[in-house]
Every structure is written in structure tokens, then in C-alpha cells.
Design a protein around this ligand. Structure first.
Ligand SMILES: *[C@@H]1O[C@H](CO)[C@@H](O)[C@H](O)[C@H]1NC(C)=O
Ligand SMILES: *[C@@H]1O[C@H](CO)[C@@H](O)[C@H](O)[C@H]1NC(C)=O
Ligand SMILES: *[C@@H]1O[C@H](CO)[C@@H](O)[C@H](O)[C@H]1NC(C)=O
Ligand SMILES: *[C@@H]1O[C@H](CO)[C@@H](O)[C@H](O)[C@H]1NC(C)=O
Ligand SMILES: *[C@@H]1O[C@H](CO)[C@@H](O)[C@H](O)[C@H]1NC(C)=O
Length: 409
């Protein structure tokens, strides 16, 4: 009887051990499955975000799928719907050519598809449509044209108070209700780097941040707000709204602190009382209102460095944007009309080079060489002296996107 029991115990022990072994084998194979099967699309998706073919080669290499890069790419496209980047601009007056050049610079370097939201005076619509249709063969962007417009609620009251063109950008969260996030830029912006890169800052927002902008000045001694403003403004020198990244979902949800009532107000409710209170004291229109709003809500703003919104102020009295000196200019902002007069030839040279450039790879690849020659003619100016920072990032962006074998693109 005792022997019989021993045999049973032995059998049970053996069974238990083999079960353990089976489980451990299963665990190993599951792990491998996750590492191999799951890793491929992940790496491919990440590389799609990081830099097209060049990135894909790198990502696929590390995941060991170099043998079937095409297949894993298609797979990642299927399982991961590609996020669109929404870009808005407001064009009034003689801004058609400038706006088209801005859009071209966005298209040339960007990787993910773009959705343009173009707010323009009615007489410009046909020209925009014609020019954009002639680019539609590229298939990397879509666009919608809008009239200069106010939110449908209270439109009449808005119209009495706001100059439409100057304040359009304030209303974007209320007009583009279906859009989660948006990059707003002035017409005099030129991208020297993929839109993808500034777009990726949205993911760096902490839980209270709703928008991102650059400081108005780096050097308080030449700052405008800190010397002249008759209203509150953000930070030491204020913020510049020429390049403004917004998570509009958050802007629409937030209740803003303010100096008009003790209750917090929503975006749609704060603008009109704000303008009524400050209209005699503001100089730069809607940018001043943004400064007042973020003065009262500083934890809602993500401040990005000056190289993402590089203006003549950063170099006309000597260079004061340190980040641009180190890494180059990422986004050029030719405010005060410097693309069209002779005051800052370095800014004008970049504008003309991009305006003259076609979408032909060959044209884009040779862009920076001809531009460098033009910039070398501007070294008698303060901005021209540091012309290298105007092409540093541009050269890299062109290399990343256009200097590889055609089959990889
Ligand atoms: C543009 O819109 C069309 C039709 O809605 C769509 O098929 C296409 O994928 C879009 N292209 C981009 C680049 O978003
Ligand atoms: C914007 O904020 C909302 C709400 O927090 C979030 O769900 C969404 O993912 C954000 N958008 C981006 C592009 O990060
Ligand atoms: C407008 O400016 C004047 C003069 O600097 C100042 O006295 C007044 O308080 C300002 N108004 C507001 C609403 O800040
Ligand atoms: C988010 O960042 C801003 C700016 O740095 C800061 O003021 C705010 O407190 C941060 N919010 C949280 C929740 O950490
Ligand atoms: C751009 O084209 C215009 C006229 O077509 C020409 O005068 C100008 O020199 C060109 N500029 C550059 C930088 O290539």
C-alpha cells in the first residue's frame, strides 16, 4: 500500500515537472512572438514618423527585418492610420505669393501628410485654388479655403469689435471645431525643417499646457513689451504669435483665469470682454490679447526656443538667439516685410531661393548651394555675418529627404 502511494507521488511529481517545462517553453515562444511580430510594425511605424526611407532603414535594421522592408512598411501603414498635420494661415491683401512660398516650404520637407486650412479674402480664393491644384500631383497635402470669418454665434457682435483679418487666428479653435490640434503660422514664415518636427512638440505638452509659442525677444534691452506695453504680457519679454502650436481640444475645454471676472471663462467667452477692456491699450492686436491671456494662465503655455520662430530682431543688432547659433534656424519669420525690401538681404535671399525652387528633386538638392552664394553677398549686414545659421538646418533637411537613392523614397 505504501509502495503504491510512493509511485503515485512520484508520478504526480513527474507530471508537475513536465507541466512546468511546457509552460516555460510557452512563455519563451510568446516572448519571441512579441519581440519579432510586434516589433516589426512598431519599428516601421516609428521610422515613418522619424524620417521616411532613411529612418525606415535604421528602424528596420534594429528590428532585424531588413530582408522585407517593403512588407513591414505596408503592414505598419495598415495598422497605424497616419496622423495628419493641420496647418492654418490667414492671408489678406497682397500675400498670395508669400503664402504659396510658405506652403511650398512646408511641403518640400515634411513627411506626414498635411492638411492646409487657408483663410483668405474672397478675391484671393480663385488664385489660391489655381495654384494649389497645380501642385495636387504631389498627393502629400489637402487643403480647404475659407472666407475670413467669425464663429457663427454672435457673428454680428464680433464684427463690430474685431478687425477680421487681424483677429482671425484667435477664432480658429471655435471655427475648426472638428480639428484636435493645429499649427498656425503667419504668411511670412518659411519652414527650413519638416513640419513633423514642430508637430511632435504637441506630444511634449504636460497636462496643463494647451499652446506653444516662442518669446517675443531674447534680449530685454531691445524688447518691446517690457519697455512699452500698457497691458500685462507673458514672461520677461512677451510671446510672439507668428508660429503658434495649439491643442485646440484643450483650448476649447479649458476655463481661463482672467482679470475681468472672478469666475474662469472659456475661450469663446473671454475674447470679447478682453478686447473691450484693453482695446485702447493694445498695439499689436491679437498677439497682445494672447499675451494677456497667458499672463494670467502661465502654466498653460509651452515656450519653445527662438530657432523655431527666427526674426530679424534676433540678428539686426547682433546675434542673440543662442539656440540658432548652435543648431541653425528651424523656422524663419521674415516679419516687417523683409522678404520684399532691401533692409535684410539675408532673409530675402532665403525667401527668393524657396520661391524660385520647383518640386524637382534636382532643383531642391541644388537649392542650398545657390543660396549659399547669395548669402555670401550679404556679409556686410549683421544678419549676413552669421549667414551659416540660415542654411545649417536647411542643408540637413535637404540631405535627410533628398540625398538618397530614388528607390528608397
Ligand atoms: C486628400 O483627400 C482625399 C479625399 O478625401 C484622400 O483620398 C487623400 O488621401 C487625402 N490626401 C492626403 C495627403 O491627406
Ligand atoms: C490634445 O489634447 C487632448 C486632450 O488632452 C488629447 O486627447 C489629444 O491627444 C491631444 N492631441 C495631441 C496631438 O497631442
Ligand atoms: C491703459 O493704459 C493706461 C496708461 O498707461 C493705464 O493707466 C490703464 O490702466 C491701462 N488700462 C488697462 C485696462 O490696463
Ligand atoms: C507644465 O509646464 C508649465 C511650464 O513649464 C508649468 O508652469 C506647469 O506647472 C506644468 N504643469 C504641470 C502639471 O506640471
Ligand atoms: C529668382 O527668380 C527671379 C526672377 O525669376 C530672379 O530675378 C532672382 O535672381 C532669382 N533669385 C534667386 C535667389 O535665385
Amino acid at each position: 500500500m505504501r509502495r503504491y502511494l510512493r509511485i503515485v507521488v512520484l508520478c504526480l511529481a513527474c507530471g508537475f515537472c513536465s507541466l512546468l517545462y511546457a509552460f516555460s517553453q510557452l512563455a519563451v515562444s510568446l516572448e519571441e512572438g512579441a519581440g519579432g511580430g510586434g516589433g516589426k510594425p512598431q519599428a516601421a511605424a516609428a521610422s515613418w514618423l522619424a524620417g521616411g526611407g532613411r529612418g525606415a532603414a535604421r528602424g528596420a535594421g534594429s528590428a532585424g527585418t531588413a530582408a522585407h522592408p517593403g512588407r513591414s512598411d505596408r503592414y505598419s501603414l495598415k495598422i497605424q492610420p497616419v496622423e495628419k498635420m493641420h496647418l492654418a494661415v490667414v492671408a489678406c491683401g497682397e500675400r498670395l505669393e508669400e503664402t504659396m512660398t510658405m506652403l511650398k516650404s512646408a511641403i518640400i520637407f515634411s513627411i506626414k501628410p498635411l492638411q492646409f486650412h487657408i483663410f483668405a479674402e474672397d478675391q484671393l480664393h480663385d488664385s489660391f485654388k489655381g495654384r494649389l491644384e497645380s501642385w495636387s500631383f504631389l498627393q502629400t497635402f489637402n487643403y480647404t479655403l475659407y472666407p475670413i470669418t467669425f464663429p457663427t454665434e454672435n457673428a454680428a457682435e464680433w464684427k463690430k469689435l474685431f478687425k477680421p483679418c487681424a483677429s482671425q487666428r484667435l477664432f480658429l479653435p471655435l471655427i475648426l471645431k472638428e480639428v484636435d490640434s493645429l499649427l498656425y503660422v503667419d504668411t511670412d514664415i518659411l519652414f527650413l525643417r519638416p513640419v513633423d518636427d514642430i508637430w511632435s512638440l504637441l506630444k511634449k505638452f504636460n497636462s496643463t499646457q494647451i499652446a506653444a509659442m516662442a518669446p517675443e525677444h531674447e534680449e530685454p534691452r531691445i524688447g518691446w513689451y517690457n519697455r512699452f506695453a500698457r497691458h500685462p504680457y507673458y514672461g520677461k519679454t512677451g510671446i510672439n504669435s507668428g508660429v503658434m502650436l495649439m491643442n485646440m481640444t484643450r483650448m476649447r475645454r479649458k476655463y481661463f483665469k482672467n482679470d475681468m471676472t472672478t469666475v474662469r471663462l472659456r475661450w469663446g467667452d473671454i475674447l470679447m470682454p478682453l478686447l473691450k477692456k484693453y482695446k485702447l491699450n493694445i498695439t499689436w492686436g491679437d498677439q497682445d490679447l494672447l499675451n494677456i491671456i497667458f499672463f494670467h494662465n502661465p502654466d498653460s503655455l509651452f515656450v519653445f526656443p527662438c530657432q523655431w520662430n527666427y526674426r530679424p530682431d534676433h540678428c539686426i543688432y547682433g546675434s542673440n538667439c543662442q539656440e540658432a547659433e548652435e543648431e541653425g534656424i528651424f523656422i524663419l519669420h521674415g516679419n516687417r516685410g523683409v522678404y520684399h525690401d532691401d533692409k535684410q538681404p539675408a532673409f530675402r535671399a532665403v525667401y527668393e531661393a524657396l520661391r524660385n525652387c520647383s518640386f524637382e528633386d534636382e532643383d531642391i538638392r541644388s537649392l542650398f548651394k545657390s543660396l549659399e552664394l547669395e548669402l555670401q553677398k550679404t556679409v556686410h549686414t549683421y544678419c549676413g555675418k552669421i549667414y551659416k545659421i540660415f542654411i545649417k538646418q536647411l542643408t540637413k533637411s535637404i540631405g535627410d529627404r533628398y540625398d538618397r537613392p530614388p528607390k528608397e523614397r
